[in-house]
Design a protein around this ligand. Sequence first.
Ligand code: ATP
Length: 755
Amino acid sequence: MYLKSIELTGFKSFAKKSELQFTSKISAIVGPNGSGKSNVAESFSFVLGEQSIKSLRGKKGEDLIWNGSPDTPRANRASVKIVFDNSSKFLPIDYDTVTIERVVHRDSVNEYLINGSQVRLRDVVELLSSAHIGSSGHHIISQGEADRILNANIKERKSMIEDALGLKMYQYKKQESEKKLAKTQENIAQTQSLRREIMPHIRFLKKQVEKVQKSIELREELQKEALEYCKREDEYIKVTTTRIETERWPLIQKEKELNNELSEARAVLEGAKHRDATSEELIELEQNLFKVRSEKDNLFREVGKIDGEVSSLIRMVKKQEEVAHSLEHKTVTLVSVESLSAQIEAKIIEAKKAGDIDTLLRVLDEVGEILSAFVDKNKDKIDMSLLTEAEKDIENLKESKENIEKSLEEIKDKESQLAFQYTALQNKIEKEKDSNRDAEKAVFRVMAESQEVRSRLRSLKTEEETLHLVQEDFKRELTELGMMLGTHVLHFQDLAFDFNEDRHIQEERRRKIEKIKIRLEDSGGAGGADVLKEYTEASERDAFLEKELADLEKTATSLTELISDLDARLSVEFKNGVEKINIQFREYFIVMFGGGEARLSIVTPPKRKKSEVDELLDGGEISEEELALRSLDEAGEEEGIDIEVNLPKKKIKGLMMLSGGERALTSIALLFAISQVNPPPFIILDETDAALDEANSKKYGDMIESLSKYSQLILITHNRETMSRAGVLYGVTMGMGGGSKLLSVAFEEAVTIAK
Ligand code: ATP
C-alpha cells in the first residue's frame, strides 16, 4: 500500500483540518448528497497538480478555498497534503515517506511542497508521473465521468490510455522535444537569416581585409627592405665620408708639400738669373789665374835663367881655377891693380904731401911693401878675384833665385788659391746648373703631381657632393619611410650585416622599395586596424552564429531522433499496452455481461468525405467550427482508439446503442482493464457504481476486490454492496455551519450515513 493519508485544510467545504487515513486496500467514503465527498476526490486531483480549476468545479483558484459560514470565517488558503509510504521507492526519491502538499492562496498563487520543501509544479508532476499517477486523472474517476472514456473521441481515448499505460511521460518528453524542436527550428531560421543578413557585409569586409592584409604584407616587406636599405645606406654614407676624409687628408698634405716643392723649385729657377754674375766672377778668376800662371811661368823662366847663369858661372869658375893654378896664366884683376894703384897713389899723394925724404923713403918702402905684398899675394895665391866675383854672382844669383822661388811659392799659392776658387766657382756653377735642371724637372714633376692631386681632390669633391646628395635623399627617404612605417624604422642601427655588397644591389633595393611604396599606396589598405577589428568582430559573430547554427542543427537532429525514438517506443509500447488491455477488457466485459466481445482497436481516421461533412453539418450534429477543430485534431494525430463492443445475445455493435447501465458496465470493464495492465498506486472512483443494479453491483464489487490486488482503492459510493467490500469507511456529513465533517465509521453506520 502506497497511499497512507490525505489531509484537507480550508479546501472547499473542509473548513477545518480533516485527515483520511487509508489503512485498507479498499476505503470507502460515504455521506449524503452535498456533504463534500466529491470535494475529497477533487482534493486528490488538486494535490497531484491538476491545473484545470474547471475540472475541480471552480472558476478560479479562490473557489477552492473554504468560503466561510456564519460560524466559521473563510480561509485565506486551501491546502491538501497527501502522504505516501515510499519504502518500496515507487517514487524515485530517497525518502521512505513522501509528503506532497499543494496550497492555493486567494490571489490564486499556488505553492507546492515535497516533504516540506518548496518545489515547482513540474517537480511534483515529474515525481508522480514515474509512478503512473499523472494529473490527467485516469485513476481518479469523478462523479458522472465513468463513461468519459466512451464519450471521448478517438484521440482523447488514445491520450487517456497512454496516460494509464504510463506513456504520458514519453508523450511529455515528446511534446517537450517537439516544442524544443520547433523553438530550435525557429532559432535556426533566425540564425540563418542573421547570417544571410551579415554575409554581404562580411564579404565586403573580407575584401577590405584582404586589401589590408596585402598592405600589411607589403608594409612588412617594405619594412624589412627599408631597414636593410637604411642600415646599408647609413653605413655607406659613414664609410664613404670616412674614406673621403681619409683619402683627402694625405692629398691635402701632398698638395701642400707639392706647393712647397714648387716654390722651392721656382726659387731655384729664380736664382738662375744671377748666374751671369757668377760667370763674370769665373772669368775674372780665370783671368787672374792666367795672370798668376804667366807670372809663375816668368818666374820659372827666371829661375831657369838663373840656373843657367849659375852653371855657366860655375863652369867659368872651374876654368878660372885651372888658369890660376898655372903662373903664366896668373892674372890679376884690374880691380886689384886699380886697388893697388889706388893704394900706391894714396902713398904717393901722402909722400908728396909730406915732402921729406924720410917720408918719401918710408913711402917708397911702404910702396915697395905694397908691391911685394901685391906680388906675393898674387904669386902665392891664385888670383881668385874672378872666382870670387863669379861666386859672388852665383851667390847673388842664388839669392835672386831664392827670392824668385819665394815669389814663385807665393805665386803658386795664389794660383792654387785661385784655381781652388775657380774650381769651386765652376763646381758651384755646375751645381747650380744641376739644381736648375733639377728644379725644372721638379717643377714639371710637381706640376704633374699637383695636377693629379688636384684632380683626385676634385674627384673627391665631386664624390663628396654626390654623397651629400645621397645624404639628402636618404634623409628625405627616412622621413617618408618614418611616415609610412612609423618611427621604429629608425631602429635600423641595431641591424648587423655583411656590408660587402656591390653598390648596385643597394640601388636595386631602393628601386624595389619605391615599387613596394607604389603598390602599398595602390593597395588602399588604409584604416586597416578598424577594418580588421570590424572584420574580426563580424566574422567572430558569424563564426559564433555558424557554431550556434551547427549546435542548433545538432540539437534539431538529436531532437528529431529523440522524437522518432519516442514515437517508435510510444507506438510499440502503446500497441503492446492496448493488446494487454484488450485481454483484460474482454475478460471484465464477459464477467460484466456474461459473454460477448469487446476490444480496443488502434485506428487511423480516414479523411472525411465531403458528403459526410455535409451530413454532419446538415444533421446539426456539429457546428462548422467544431468540424474544423476536429479536422485539425484528426489531421494532427495519426492514430486513435476505437472501442468495439459486442453484447451477448444482442445484435448491438457500437457504443451509441448501449443503455446507460450498459455504458457504465462497459466503462467500468475498460477502466478496470486499463488499471490492471498498468496499476496506479491508487484509484479513486467517485460514484462509478451509481448506475448499477443490484446484480451488477455485485459483479462490480467482485471486480473491485480483484482490482484491489493491484491498486489501493478509494471509493465514493452510496452503494451498500460497494461499501461492504471496503476495509475502512469514512463518513462525511455536512455540519450546521456548512462545513464538511469527517468521521471514521463502521459498516452499518456508514449505510445509515450514506442515506
Ligand atoms: P453528492 O452525493 O450529491 O454528489 P457530495 O457529497 O459529493 O454530494 P460535494 O459535491 O462534494 O458533495 O460537496 C458540495 C458541497 O461543497 C456544496 O454544499 C458546496 O456548497 C460545498 N462547497 C463547495 N465549494 C465550497 C467552498 N469553497 N466553500 C464552502 N463550501 C463549498
